[in-house]
Design a protein around this ligand. Structure first.
Ligand code: GAR
Length: 204
């Protein structure tokens, strides 16, 4: 089983979806630790309830971004991860941080990238008059929500949707998409591989 460290900044519902899937013995990955950049991230308690070790690294405790990332990299070595899964981790990783895990860092973003990277994705999709939105799992590079797309799920935007109602509908698909992609990536059987035509997994 591939060893995964999940990175969170908030409620950790995506991390929890991965951890619950990984609790099945035939799932090809296990969550060996959860790292956070927020001491009060709600996901930390959820991970601990499942017996998963957690570590917090607060940016304010370090003099620079480099020092913060160096500490996280050093701590990662304790867990010997094969893969890193960003799950609502709201920090940009530097090229130096990514290098030792190049091609082995996954992220989920709540839009159909490359549309609407960054923050306030759902409001921006609504404001743009989109009739669909969705979510994307991609490999992480040093750009903001960039890197090769592994899979996407499409979600309708309904009349009267607010950012919150759309976010809730997309989040359900995020959980399903992320666990499917992690399973496929860890097993080396990702449906469609890098062929985008086969990467739309669900129309929710
Ligand atoms: C999720 O919607 C995730 O896609 C998003 O933050 C939320 C975290 O929720 N991530 C980003 O916007 C990254 N650019 P969670 O903590 O409940 O998984």
């Amino acid at each position: 089983r591939k060893r995964v460290v999940a990175f969170i900044s908030g409620g950790g519902s995506n991390m929890l979806a991965l951890a619950k899937a990984a609790a099945a013995p035939d799932f090809p990955a296990e969550i060996v630790a959860v790292f956070s950049d927020k001491a009060d991230a709600g996901g930390l308690a959820k991970a601990e309830a499942l017996g998963i070790p957690t570590r917090s690294f607060l940016r304010k405790d370090f003099a620079s971004k480099d020092a913060h990332e160096a500490e996280i990299l050093a701590a990662l070595a304790d867990y010997r991860p094969d893969l890193l899964c960003l799950a609502g981790y709201m920090r940009l990783l530097s090229a130096d941080f990514i290098r030792p895990y190049e091609g082995r860092i996954l992220n989920i973003h709540p839009s159909l990238l490359p549309l609407f990277p960054g923050l306030h994705t759902h409001q921006r999709a609504i404001n743009a008059g989109m009739r669909v939105s969705g979510c994307t799992v991609h490999l992480v590079n040093a750009g903001m929500d960039e890197g090769p797309i592994l899979a996407q799920a499409v979600v309708p935007i309904l009349d009267g949707d607010t950012a919150d109602s759309l976010a809730a509908r997309v989040l359900v698909q995020e959980h399903a998409l992320y666990r499917r992609v992690l399973a496929g990536f860890a097993a080396g059987t990702l449906p469609g591989g890098t062929d985008p035509a086969q990467s739309v997994l669900s129309l929710g």
